[in-house]
Ligand binder design. Structure first.
Ligand SMILES: Cc1cc2nc3c(=O)[nH]c(=O)nc-3n(C[C@H](O)[C@H](O)[C@H](O)COP(=O)(O)O)c2cc1C
Length: 447
């Protein structure tokens, strides 16, 4: 089967989500700056029939970076190198609408879409880390509401730029000497609250028409932006019931705007630790836990995402009361998911560090139990697929591809090959798609 109902994306961590990943014996300690590491992950993902590679990005050195490599390299540049050596896998980069400019983003993502022949995606993030503001000439990030207003206008401008070349614009008429029919290339002339952009784009219409757009904001304005503009939503969710409510809500918001609800694909994140048996999976996690000393980067990370002082967290207690006070600035998705874990009385910070990763759940077990879980989330409408994370890479992704993918394929849940050309087609998104793009680029373009 070439296409299958469950979509899987691999979250490309610089070494793995576990803080000890880079410290394991034999690990490539420089994996985070080593192209070969990323290429190995990409090849594994293609072998496993995954839909896309997904790069998160936070444009600042992270507080836990003293203990573990966090987001370092530029996702779009990395993905263009990966595009050159892969054939099928989708390539999704996070780029901030608060820190970047729409013309630049329209151009780099369109370029990536051409280089990869229709496999590019853009994760629209609004940034919530104050450190990133200081790297871009801002004293602080704008309030969330303003960030989302800017994001809405940003995506509108990018969409206009991507559509600024009409069909047939690239004439490539060697006899007449007409390379581009300038009458068919239209200015954008956008003047809005945040941006003034003349256009047109200097890059032909991307092969997908519109590269695939992802979003991860979970607040009201975040969901509205997703309902209006996103093809896929990446979410932090610990339980199927709340994931279902979130997915239903997004689909309802999209319907109100005249979109078909199934146009939005919903992807909760999940950390997968797979073994031949549950005992083997537990042993893999324990081996990593054993490498962690007393200074725990996960604790610092948790405090950072909840905007708390790490010293206020105790491993044998629940969260301190201030954690429950509303935060309008941070990431609602992560915050809700983390707090939902502590709604069960008696659960401690130590329990969370063992079971949850940044608000994403950890699924630890043998291939059948992992496939059962994916199938249950899928058939009960809690997920259209998952963004996969692993304690340590490449080992975790290799285990997933070798152990879990065969079981998912047996159940007809995951593809065995790639029939469709573009990422949008693979995700079964409504698009003019590749045929329109071929027209725009013109048959005469040398490949
Ligand atoms: C699963 C998930 C992944 C995210 N990935 C990124 C990222 O890579 N870079 C970033 O700057 N923000 C990221 N965010 C943050 C969101 O883009 C958004 O800025 C933040 O959640 C605040 O908006 P909200 O309150 O609407 O959720 C992510 C959020 C979630 C829940």
């Amino acid at each position: 089967m070439d296409s299958a109902p469950l979509h899987l994306l691999a979250n490309m961590q610089p070494s793995g989500v576990h803080q000890a990943a880079w410290r394991t014996p034999g690990a490539n300690r420089r994996s985070f700056v080593d192209l070969d590491y990323y290429l190995e992950l990409a090849r594994l993902a293609e072998r496993g029939g995954l839909d896309a590679l997904f790069f998160a990005d936070f444009a600042a050195l992270q507080p836990e970076s003293g203990r573990q490599p966090r987001w370092t390299m530029d996702p779009t540049l990395l993905l263009s190198a990966i595009a050159a050596t892969t054939e099928h896998i989708g390539l999704v980069a996070s780029i901030s609408t608060t820190l970047a400019e729409p013309y630049h983003v329209a151009r780099v993502v369109a370029t990536l879409d051409h280089l990869s022949r229709g496999r590019a995606g853009w994760n629209v993030v609004t940034s919530f880390d104050p450190r990133s503001a200081h790297n871009f000439g801002l004293d602080q990030l704008p309030e969330k509401e303003a960030r989302y207003r800017r994001a809405g206008e940003f995506v509108e401008v990018v969409d206009a730029l991507w559509s600024s070349w009409e069909e047939g614009a690239l004439a490539l008429d060697a006899e007449a000497g007409t390379y581009l029919d300038l009458d068919r290339v239209k200015a954008v002339d956008h003047v809005g609250e945040f941006f003034r952009v003349a256009g047109p784009l200097q890059v032909p219409t991307p092969p997908q028409g519109r590269p695939v757009v992802f979003q991860a904001g979970a607040s009201g304005p975040g969901r509205d932006l997703a309902a209006r503009t996103a093809d896929g939503v990446f979410a932090a969710q610990l339980a199927p019931e709340s994931a279902r409510r979130y997915r239903d809500d997004l689909r309802a918001r999209a319907s109100e705007l005249g979109r078909a609800p199934e146009e939005i694909r919903f992807f909760p994140g999940v950390v997968v630790v797979a073994g031949e048996t549950r005992a083997e999976a537990l042993a893999k996690r324990a081996a990593l836990d054993d490498l962690v000393g007393s200074a725990d980067a996960r604790l610092i990370n948790l405090a950072h995402f909840l905007d708390l002082d790490p010293r206020s967290l105790r491993l044998d207690a629940s969260l301190p009361p201030e954690a429950w006070e509303s935060s309008s600035h941070g990431a609602e998705g992560f915050r809700h998911s983390v707090l939902s874990f502590f709604e069960d009385a008696g659960r401690t910070v130590g329990d969370f560090l063992r079971e949850g990763s940044l608000g994403h759940r950890t699924l630890l077990g043998d291939p059948r139990s992992i496939a059962d879980d994916f199938e249950e989330w899928h058939v009960t409408g809690a997920a259209d697929g998952f963004v996969l994370m692993f304690d340590a890479q490449p080992a975790g992704l290799r285990d997933f591809v070798d152990l879990v993918v065969p079981e998912l394929r047996r159940r007809g849940l995951v593809r065995t090959g790639y029939a469709e050309e573009t990422l949008a087609q693979r995700l079964r998104l409504p698009r003019a798609g590749a045929s329109a793009a071929r027209e725009t680029v013109g048959a005469g373009v040398a490949r």
